[in-house]
Ligand binder design. Structure first.
Ligand code: SAM
Length: 239
C-alpha cells in the first residue's frame, strides 16, 4: 500500500504549535475531494495532515463563472452577502476552524445557494494542492490573525511565500484584497509587498474605506468599526 504523504504542520514548520482542528471529517472529503492522512482521533489535535485532489471549479459549481475565494472567512458573513449580490460569480470560503462558519454553511446548504461553498481547510495546503494555477479572480484576506507578540510573528500568514502562492493562483488581471486593524502588521505587509514588487502591477491603499465589496463587511470589520478602530486596506493587482 502506498504510504500516505504527510504534510508538515503548515502554520509552524517546526511543528510545535498545536492547531485546533475540527473533528468533522466529512466536511473535507465531501466537498474538496480531500482525504485526511491521519484520521483525527479524540486526543490527537496537534497536527493537520490533509491531502487534496485538485478542484475542478466547473464541476464544483456546474458553470465556468469566475471564482473568488476568501481565506480565513471566519463566520462567512462577507462572502455570503457578496455571493447573494453577485449570482454570476462563484465563491469559496475557507477557514481552518469550521465552527465559525457552521451556521452559515448550514444555511447555504438549506437554501441551496448555488454559487458559494464553505470548506474547512488550511490555507497553504489547500492553495497548493486543491486550487489550480491562475484560476481565482479575487482573493479576499480580511483581518488575518495579527499575532502581536514578537515571538509569535512567524505565525503570521502574510509572508512573501504566501503572497507568491496567492499570485500563482490568481487569474490574469486578478486581485488580492487585504484588510487589517493592526498597524504594525500592515507595515510588515507593505514590506512584504515591496519584497515581491515584481509580482504586482498596481498597489492601492485606503484607510477606513473598503476597496471591494461596498457595504458588505466581515464580522471583525463591523466589530472594529463599531469600536472606532482605524482600518487599513490594500489591493494588489496581479502583473
Ligand atoms: C481574526 S479572524 C477574521 C475572520 C474574518 N475574516 C473576519 O474578518 O471576520 C481570522 C480567521 O482566519 C482563520 N485562519 C487563520 N489561519 C488560517 C489558515 N492558515 N488557514 C485558514 N484559515 C486560517 C482563523 O481560523 C480565523 O477564523
Amino acid at each position: 500500500m502506498a504510504r500516505p504523504r504527510v504534510v508538515p504542520n503548515p502554520i509552524n514548520f517546526r511543528g510545535s504549535v498545536p492547531i485546533p482542528i475540527s473533528r468533522n471529517k466529512v466536511e473535507i472529503g465531501a466537498e474538496t475531494g480531500a482525504t485526511l492522512v491521519n484520521p483525527i482521533e479524540k486526543k490527537s489535535r496537534t497536527r493537520i495532515e490533509e491531502k487534496y485532489e485538485p478542484l475542478v471549479f466547473k464541476e464544483l459549481f456546474g458553470n465556468a463563472n469566475p471564482v473568488e475565494m476568501e481565506i480565513g472567512c471566519g463566520k462567512g458573513k462577507f462572502l455570503l452577502d457578496r455571493a447573494l449580490e453577485n449570482p454570476g460569480t462563484n465563491f469559496i470560503g475557507i477557514d481552518r476552524i469550521i465552527k465559525w462558519m457552521r451556521r452559515r454553511k448550514d444555511r447555504v446548504e438549506r437554501e441551496a445557494v448555488p454559487n458559494i461553498r464553505f470548506m474547512r481547510a488550511e490555507a497553504r495546503v489547500f492553495l497548493n494542492e486543491a486550487v489550480p494555477p491562475e484560476s481565482v479572480s479575487i482573493f479576499h484576506v480580511y483581518f488575518p490573525d495579527p499575532w502581536p507578540k514578537r515571538r509569535h510573528q512567524t505565525r503570521r500568514v502574510m509572508t512573501a511565500d504566501f503572497l507568491r502562492l496567492l499570485h500563482s493562483r490568481l487569474a490574469r488581471g486578478g486581485l488580492l484584497e487585504v484588510a487589517t486593524d493592526h498597524e504594525d502588521y500592515y507595515e510588515a505587509m507593505k514590506k512584504t509587498v515591496a519584497a515581491t514588487a515584481e509580482l504586482w502591477d498596481n498597489v492601492r491603499e485606503t484607510r477606513n474605506e473598503r476597496i471591494v465589496g461596498g457595504m458588505n463587511k466581515t464580522n471583525y470589520e463591523l466589530k472594529f468599526e463599531a469600536g472606532g478602530k482605524p482600518l487599513f486596506y490594500m489591493e494588489l493587482a496581479k502583473k
